[in-house]
Design a protein around this ligand. Structure first.
Ligand code: AMP
Length: 186
């Protein structure tokens, strides 16, 4: 069966308000990286609320049952989104942070390797799950999150990010048949 996702356009004024509160920090955390700092978005009550509502919009009719947020800024947007959608939140964490039994995925970052873990019993089979992060860059992190959630037997309905860095082509790492919505593109 094909799932039809309504196209939800994000209003231009919201896009402008959001973009005005994303701070570019050159050479952080290392030379050559232009870091997209979303903390000014979080600090502004109206923009943060509108941002979370816009992230939620495409998923409101999708019967999402769980939101998975990627450490660490994915926790902030993911937890707020879970609240708005009225579902639970599951953290996908860096190696060694979760206390109970975990499963994990190793993946490549731009420089070196990383590992993402989830509690082994955090999601039941076929749970309709949405994955959330702040920024999609080269795509390795979001692809690892997809694998991890799929390893638990849950169903990945899609992903939501605030920012997609189009020039890094991270979307190519994400399964093309699974919806991935970004509020802002650079
Ligand atoms: P990637 O695996 O390359 O798509 O990297 C995505 C992860 O790294 C996300 O969790 C982001 O929070 C973080 N990240 C990568 N590049 C940036 C950037 N330019 N600005 C802010 N965060 C970034």
């Amino acid at each position: 069966m094909t799932t039809v996702i309504p196209i939800v356009a994000i209003a231009n004024d919201l896009r402008a308000r959001l973009a005005a509160r994303i701070r570019d920090v050159p050479d952080f955390p290392k030379p050559g990286v232009l870091f997209k700092d979303i903390t000014p978005v979080l600090a502004d009550a109206r923009t943060f609320a509108e941002c979370v509502d816009a992230l939620a919009a495409p998923w409101r009719e999708q019967r999402i049952e769980a939101v998975c947020g990627i450490e660490s800024r994915g926790f902030i947007f993911g937890a707020a989104l879970a609240r708005v959608l009225g579902v639970g939140f599951v953290p996908l964490r860096k190696a060694g942070k979760l206390p109970a039994a975990t499963v994990g995925v190793d993946f490549e970052l731009e420089y070196g390797m990383a590992r993402l873990e989830v509690h082994a019993h955090a999601l039941g089979p076929n749970v309709r799950t949405l994955i959330v992060d702040d920024v999609l860059a080269t795509g390795g992190t979001l692809a690892a999150a997809y694998k991890l959630v799929a390893m638990l037997g849950a169903q990945v309905l899609g992903a939501a990010v605030v920012i997609e860095l189009d020039f890094l082509h991270g979307r190519a790492c994400w399964p093309s048949e699974v919806p991935l919505h970004a509020l802002l593109h650079y």
